[in-house]
Design a binder for this molecule. Structure first.
Ligand code: ATP
Ligand code: MG
Length: 725
């Protein structure tokens, strides 16, 4: 591809960034202005025009999916061999570094990555061994503490807990947790980054090598980097590399995970020669969507300030739907998607975004009812599923007997008569004698501390692992997976369980064999062995999830995982106070701005059509709540919004379906709600009001009440606890 083609399809500002002389640069711009496009073209430019070798380029993106897309896009534009370019996420790249230099990083060659589940399990064990009450020290809180410290680059020895007993205990937990991870050759997600950073600091010859190599460092979604990620880039860049960062302070949505939007300012200070380029034209969304998003985000203080305009038509207004409840909301959304499909639209053009994962269940149910294919990003993905993690646990233990997290996971799955008491003895021995659980088993059997049935059960388990290891040694990966699933008893366990869920679990286990069969060994990891590479691949994929194999499906995801993506039609569901902004954000006032940025991210994913929906009452997290529309809805000027109300289409719970389309228009035969139009009523939450309308009958009877303080609402008589007054 020649130079002019590289600059085709770019506006002046974008060209300026892509074709800039080699130097450091900040591209600061709002959503959909082409930041990612600029980054991709810049890489191609460096290779084609500046004749830079792919070997000298390091590009960091936020998700594995984005990294794969970028690789593909650069390949399309540049067309050359990119095998030696490093493109990936911070975690992916740091992991690669640790694999290559495991000895310098102080890790065993077979080190394994543990996810947050494994981490919690390990922490529970440690709390118990320290006789600390889980209620006073919830494992999640301990994990949060440890991860936050690691994200700040802090080891226990750097922390002064002062005279605060709780902090002192948390520090002790961190210390012991780290010791057990080190003993067992385990690294958690935060550890990957921390170790990679320490590698720079402790091994100057390695740092010098990579500084010499990476002359160009490019980072997308820079606003969401945390302290350790920034430090890693900063050190690697040294005084010579050209660093191009692209980002948008208005889209910083990971503050709760330690991301620091101040890194944008820090960058300008640390790289004083860096120029700043602002892109102001949005190419993604229609005028209405863009203007509404701009108005919303204008409510935030302390912005770096950006203008965003579009050449596009205003397009349709944003549609706002007020649903009776969460089922009505789901039915509405699915109905619209169905219409879209009937008109020839692709399902994959539709995305449903929500604030919390729990919201997906009802939406999934409605989609299933309509028979529409869907796919969840970032939810419970294949490698996160219980049965898959069990099978992976066996594979991990075969790979490394000292992997304590895997040991804990599978020692009694399926149950093999190793009781809690035996496990407690194992854990405390391991802890006291500085052993891994496997080593503790050996010691206790040797010393005959374990005897009788307990000893037999433990011996049986160890024999199983040793035999599996021998049997599978020469097998290809997929045979190995198959052997493990069968011989471990996992498959038999689910077969005995019967039922649909167990059936799905068996299908998943079978799919694991396919996953192993189709696993492609990344070139750069060739040295580490196929099993080891597969285990790492699974651990890195689990948190994020790749699309399922089928192609056309509605996309469901949390607002967080929608970052950087775009879809012709977007639904934002559950836009209610207490859900979005979340209850937690409401309680801690300073998080509201971040919720608003998340809303901005959500709205700006939409290209042609945006729906915002909320429900008057919602069953979620096992409770039923009456909700008020989110403040964010009120912050969008009315001129960009049209309200949709489908009073006659109430969803009727039926014996066999909660999503029937049968409408329940107002019964002409009369009113059996127990209330009359005009009657004064009192509601425990909304206070006094007047009945203005009614519909439905029996369990589905509803009344519309005009409340003095809360406006008009439709309420289910059966749930609403309305009193006549
Ligand atoms: P976000 O902040 O959401 O990550 P972004 O700034 O990275 O957005 P891109 O995803 O790069 O934006 O671009 C948004 C859309 O606009 C893409 O579909 C992209 O192909 C298109 N686009 C970008 N620049 C141009 C251009 N000059 N002409 C036409 N289309 C463009
Ligand atoms: Mg982008």
């Amino acid at each position: 591809m020649d130079v002019s083609t590289l600059l085709d399809g770019l506006n002046d500002k974008q060209r300026e960034a892509v074709a800039a002389p080699q130097s450091s640069m900040l591209v600061l711009a709002g959503a959909g202005s082409g930041k990612t496009r600029v980054l991709t073209h810049r890489i191609a430019w460096l290779m084609q025009v500046e004749q830079q070798s792919p070997y000298s380029i390091l590009a960091v993106t936020f998700t594995n999916k984005a990294a794969a897309e970028m690789r593909e896009r650069v390949e399309k534009v540049a067309g050359s061999n990119m095998g030696r370019m490093w493109i990936g996420t911070f975690h992916g790249l740091a992991h690669r570094l640790l694999r290559t230099h495991f000895q310098d990083a102080g890790l065993p060659q077979s080190f394994q990555i543990i996810d947050s589940d494994d981490q919690l399990r390990l922490l529970k064990r440690i709390l118990k061994s320290l006789n600390l009450d889980e209620k006073q020290y919830p494992p999640r809180q301990a994990a949060g503490y440890i991860n936050a410290k690691k994200d700040q680059g802090l080891r226990p020895k750097h922390i002064d807990a002062g005279g605060f007993p709780i902090e002192q205990n948390l520090l002790k937990i961190y210390q012991i947790y780290q010791e057990s991870c080190d003993r067992a050759g385990l690294v958690d997600f935060a550890e990957i980054l921390l170790r990679a950073h320490e590698l720079w600091l402790n091994k100057p010859h390695l740092l010098a090598h990579y500084q010499d190599r990476f002359k160009h460092i490019l980072v997308d979604e820079f606003q969401d980097t945390n302290a350790i990620q920034y430090a890693w880039i900063r050190v690697l860049a040294g005084n010579t590399a050209n660093v191009m960062i692209v980002g948008d302070d208005d889209q910083s949505i990971y503050g709760w995970r330690g991301a620091q939007v101040e890194n944008l300012h820090r960058f300008l200070k640390d790289f004083p020669s860096a120029s700043t380029i602002r892109l102001e034209q949005n190419y993604r969304s229609t005028g209405n969507i863009l203007k509404a998003s701009n108005e919303l985000i204008a409510n935030n203080p302390d912005r770096m300030g950006k203008e965003l305009w579009t050449d596009d038509k205003d397009g349709e207004p944003i549609s706002l739907y007020c649903a009776f409840n969460e089922m009505d909301e789901a039915r509405f959304i699915v109905g619209r998607i169905n219409d879209w499909q009937d008109k020839g639209g692709a399902l994959s053009d539709c995305a449903i975004l929500y604030r919390s994962n729990a919201q997906s269940r009802v939406l999934e149910e409605a989609l299933l009812h309509k028979g529409l294919a869907y796919r969840i990003y970032g939810g419970l993905r294949f490698f996160e599923r219980q049965e898959i993690k069990d099978a992976m646990g066996y594979l991990r233990l075969i790979n490394n007997k000292d992997d304590d997290a895997a040991f804990e996971r599978v020692v009694n799955t399926p149950p093999r008569g190793i009781g809690d008491r035996t496990l407690d003895i194992l854990r405390s021995t391991a802890r006291q004698q500085d052993l891994t659980l496997w080593q503790a088993c050996l010691r206790l059997l040797e010393e005959k501390v374990l005897a009788g049935r307990a000893a037999n059960a433990v011996r049986g388990f160890m024999d199983l692992i040793v035999t599996l290891r021998q049997e599978t040694e020469e097998q290809p990966l997929y045979r190995m997976a198959d052997t493990v699933i069968q011989a471990s008893g996992l498959k038999a366990m689910y077969e005995a369980e019967k039922g649909e869920k167990a059936h799905a679990r068996i299908e998943n286990l079978e799919e694991l064999v396919t996953a192993a069969r189709t696993f492609e060994m990344p070139e750069e990891l060739e040295d580490m062995g196929e099993l080891n590479a597969f285990l790492s691949h699974a651990a890195l994929e689990a948190g994020e999830g790749q699309a399922d194999a089928f192609s056309d499906a509605v996309q469901l995801m949390t607002l967080h995982s929608a970052k950087g993506l775009e879809f012709p039609m977007v639904f934002m569901a559950g836009v209610e106070e207490g859900i979005f902004p979340s209850k937690m954000a409401l309680e801690e006032g300073d998080r509201l701005d971040e919720e608003r940025r998340l809303c901005y991210v959500g709205m700006t994913r939409a290209m042609q059509k945006l729906y915002i929906t909320y429900a008057e009452s919602r069953r979620i997290y096992g409770r039923e709540d009456y909700a008020r529309p989110s403040r964010f809805i009120k912050e969008i000027p009315a001129e960009f919004v049209e309200e949709i109300r489908l009073k006659a289409q109430v969803s009727v719970p039926m014996a066999n379906s909660r999503f029937s389309n049968q409408s329940n228009a107002r019964s002409a035969a009369g009113n059996d709600t127990g209330f009359n139009v005009g009657q004064r009523v009192r509601h425990p939450k909304f206070g006094d009001g007047k009945v203005t309308n009614f519909e439905g009958s029996g369990a589905q009877a509803r009344v519309q009440v005009s409340f003095s303080d809360f406006g008009s609402k439709w309420l289910m008589v059966a749930y609403a606890r309305l009193e006549a007054c």
